[in-house]
Design a protein around this ligand. Structure first.
Ligand SMILES: Cc1ncc(COP(=O)(O)O)c(C=O)c1O
Length: 494
């Protein structure tokens, strides 16, 4: 830690630091991050605390006078940051994890240090060129034609909102507009529809098949029924990689329906989109290129820090038609259509330079390294599925799709089916509380399901094998308690 930092030069004003102090504290933070990365796998994958613990530690009014950074960093690094999920821990398998590359972390620091305003070409020509260039890379990877383009966003939720607003505008703001998604669609889509003014009762959750994919025939029937009832269908949202199971809707078939029915076709590919980089997985995503818009989350499967999201449109001018503003106080920023003002493609005027993270990461490690890391996550999830299938006490609830696999501890027939939800919840809790791994649960086929989402480039086969070992061991022990008592009042033998 930093000892005895010099006080800022009083003549420089109270908010200015001396160059020496900036270097000293900046290097200390780099050291802290590098040390954290070096011991990441040995630290708990998750630590949290209830407010009765956090509040006495951390709550209080801001001080009138400033304090030394050294002591403040001790508090931040000792008391604040550890009480959080270590999302980039190799055994953090919950939700959709994120594991940024070092180059992208450095880019984040640079972006803030330079405080780039990425709203207009006038205020950030070099950075705007980079955002344009990186979104062009994405456009090509996703198979969109020239003229497609988009912008970086805070994440998938913002991208979904931008898409639905663009869809609504393109449809002429229908008063009784309906949106089609499925029960597996991410909840940010119905929230986006609500924000965009779509009556929540007019968001249709079309039933899915046994593999959790939208049933096209049911979709078509719903659209026709709504139209006959005087409603105005305007947007279909498919998912390329659902959050629950990783399932991929029948993208090409749905594109045909959207086209025939005159709907804006949005694909939420926030989780799965970058799997196109893996040539073996790419065919599963066929049809993405037929959409009108795509949500992508580089902070998921492109190894970038939060908040790095992206929205692409097949025709970028449709974003500008929905979002462009040009008040007189921005008139200097009008440089002509070839100079994209990214504020015209989405919600934010003041925006940070998120694209630099991806650009630096790609330049530093190359596309091949990112492709390999995506493929590796998928291969590890496949391996986990094989182990689950081979383990009599485990039951697969949803096979590996992309990097996700859902399963539960089943044990033997002596454990009543009705006890399994509770048993698996206890197994999950035990694993999470131990800090060895972080897993989140979900419900699959009406069962409480354990779930792995493998995405981190640090995760190894050994990591997953050890977590599965612990699940089986916890299941055996806790399962013994779930068995009905034997004739002598004893638990049945394991
Ligand atoms: C499929 C999908 N869409 C959208 C989102 C929301 O993205 P964000 O959390 O980046 O806003 C998620 C988040 O996990 C997701 O999995």
């Amino acid at each position: 830690m930093i000892d005895e930092p010099p006080r800022p030069d009083p003549a420089a004003g109270p908010l200015l630091e001396t160059p020496e102090e900036m270097r000293r504290s900046g290097y200390a933070i780099v050291d802290a991050i590098v040390d954290r990365w070096a011991r990441l796998g040995d630290d708990p994958a998750w630590q949290g605390a209830t407010r009765d613990i956090t509040e006495p530690m951390l709550h209080g009014p801001p001080p009138e006078e400033g304090r030394d950074l050294a002591g403040l960093l001790d508090t931040v690094l000792g008391d604040v940051m550890p009480l959080a999920g270590r999302i980039d821990h190799p055994r953090f398998l919950a939700f959709i994890p994120s594991s940024p590359t070092w180059a992208s972390v450095l880019a984040s620091f640079l972006i803030n240090g330079y405080n780039i305003f990425q709203g207009t070409w006038l205020e950030s020509s070099g950075p705007s060129q980079i955002e344009f260039t990186v979104t062009e890379w994405f456009r090509e990877w996703m198979g969109y034609p020239e003229g497609g383009g988009g912008l970086f966003t805070s994440g998938g939720s913002a991208a979904n909102l931008i898409a639905i607003v663009a869809a609504r505008e393109a449809a002429g703001n229908p008063a009784r507009g309906t949106v089609y998604a499925s029960g597996q669609t991410h909840a940010s889509v119905s929230r986006a529809a609500r924000i965009a003014g779509v009556d929540p009762s007019l968001v249709r959750f079309v039933p899915t098949d046994d593999a959790f994919r939208i049933r096209p025939s049911r979709l078509l029937a719903a659209i026709r029924r709504d139209r006959a009832a005087g409603l105005e269908p305007f947007c279909l949202v498919a998912t390329a990689g659902t959050t629950n199971t990783g399932s991929i809707d029948p993208l090409a078939e749905l594109a045909g329906i959207a086209r025939d029915e005159g709907l804006w076709y949005h694909i939420d590919a926030a989780y799965g989109g970058f799997a196109v980089l893996d040539p073996e997985t790419r065919p599963l995503l066929q049809g993405m290129e037929l959409s009108d818009s795509l949500s992508l989350d580089p902070h998921k499967w492109l190894f970038q820090p939060y908040e790095t999201g992206c929205l692409l449109a097949r025709d970028a001018s449709r974003l500008e038609a929905a979002f462009r503003i040009m008040p007189s106080y921005l008139q200097d920023a009008e440089w002509g259509p070839e100079h994209v003002n990214f504020c015209d493609r989405g919600l934010q005027l003041t925006r940070t330079f998120r694209a630099l993270r991806v650009w630096l990461s790609m330049q530093r490690y190359g596309v091949a390294a990112h492709r390999e890391a995506v493929a590796r996550g998928i291969a590890l999830a496949k391996g986990a599925e094989a182990r689950i299938r081979s383990e009599a006490e485990l039951e697969l609830l949803s096979p590996q799709c992309l990097g996700i696999v859902c399963f539960r501890y089943r044990g033997d027939e002596s454990i009543p089916a009705a006890a399994l939800d509770d048993l698996n919840a206890r197994i999950q809790d035990e694993i999470v509380q131990s800090g060895y791994a972080m897993m989140s649960s979900t419900r699959v086929r009406d069962c409480f399901s354990l779930r792995f989402c493998v995405l981190n480039y640090r995760t190894t086969e050994e990591d997953l094998a050890r977590v599965l070992d612990r699940i089986v061991a916890a299941g055996r022990r806790l399962g013994a308690e779930a068995r009905p008592p034997g004739p002598a009042g004893e638990s049945a033998p394991a």
